[in-house]
Ligand binder design. Structure first.
Ligand code: F6P
Length: 319
């Protein structure tokens, strides 16, 4: 039986360990693994190839995805989805592991309503914003990349008595910013989920400065679009020279951490097992309360992820 893997949307560290496990495990199950290269764009263009053990040798420690990924505008059009299905048919593929985020889940939700394909989604995005799972592949690596950057910024901030606004990725989700702020001991954290109370923050930061505080770290989630505003507030209201550091795409790179490798293996083995067990299935795997679960894709696609309260409660000056 042919089973394919595709990476779709923003890449995340952990994709390569997942791809390696996929090939090894599918062969172990005596089935045939296929790669769909370059995401949905590659599926439309028929960029599909049988995978071999040697294709995945020496990739376990590398960020990104050796099979490529893409965001596809063409896939919104029925004619291209039909073309993609016909390409899959040429290889007798009707079972697919999808490494991607909510955009990819939505795309496959539509695709599977129109054509007889089975798929299992594996939550893969540094944003950690998929409903039904506490963890998405790539998040631990991204958090460690951010931690390393913030540790370095703190060195220069404290030397120069400056404030720094560090902007993290995450789209509309403040998870990366919130966990970074807590684990880096940042004074300020601004996320889309809650209101940042400037008045209360000003009171305490001014007091701290009067007592000898030399620097301020402010972690701002990109989804707030408040990076410049917070910089101006720190300079004009708090009275500290301020610099902005937008971390950008370095957050998507880096060698996958041990945690991301282990999670990749667990997700993939479960995903392949489900595809082999069920004739027709459209689900996503999630991680909840220390265990792996699978949920109908329609449920995942209609839900909204929220940052857990136990994280939000540890942030300062939010209401
Ligand atoms: O979804 C992952 C992500 O890195 C977001 O955090 C960010 O907003 C977006 O992708 C950036 O997209 P692109 O790589 O297309 O610029």
């Amino acid at each position: 039986m042919a089973i394919a893997i595709i990476c779709s949307g923003g890449d995340a560290p952990g994709m390569n360990p997942a791809i390696k496990k996929f090939v090894d495990y599918v062969y172990k199950c005596e089935q045939t693994p296929y790669f769909i290269y370059d995401g949905l764009e590659g599926m439309i263009d028929g960029n599909i190839k049988k995978a071999d053990h040697k294709d995945v040798a020496g990739i376990i420690h590398i960020g990104g995805a050796i099979i490529g990924s893409s965001r596809s505008k063409r896939f919104y059009e029925y004619k291209y989805r039909k073309q993609a299905f016909e390409n899959l048919q040429k290889h007798d593929i009707n079972k697919i592991i999808v490494l991607g985020g909510d955009g990819s889940y939505n795309a496959f939700g539509v695709f599977a309503k129109e054509f007889p394909i089975s798929f299992i989604g594996i939550p893969t995005t540094i944003d950690n914003d998929i409903y039904g799972t506490e963890y998405c592949l790539g998040v631990d690596t991204a958090l460690n990349v951010i931690r390393s950057a913030v540790d370095s910024i703190r060195d220069t901030a404290s030397t120069f008595k400056r404030a720094f606004v560090v902007e993290t990725m995450g789209r509309e989700c403040g998870y990366l910013a919130a966990v970074t702020a807590i684990s880096s001991g940042a004074e300020v954290c601004v996320i889309p989920e809650m209101n940042f109370n400037k008045k209360v923050a000003k009171h305490y930061l001014k007091k701290d400065i009067a007592e000898g505080r030399r620097y301020i770290l402010a972690i701002v989630a990109e989804g707030t679009k408040a990076t410049t505003d917070i910089k101006e507030w720190l300079e004009n209201e708090i009275g500290m020279e301020t610099r902005i550091s937008v971390l950008g795409h370095i957050q998507r790179g880096g060698n996958p951490t041990v945690h991301d490798r282990m999670m990749a293996f667990e997700f993939v083995v479960r995903g392949v097992a489900l595809l082999l067990k069920e004739e027709m299935i459209h689900q996503a795997i999630g991680y909840q309360n220390g265990d792996f679960v699978s949920m109908e894709i329609s449920v995942v696609n209609s839900g909204k992820y929220s940052v857990p309260d136990n994280i939000l409660k540890d942030l300062h000056y939010l209401d």
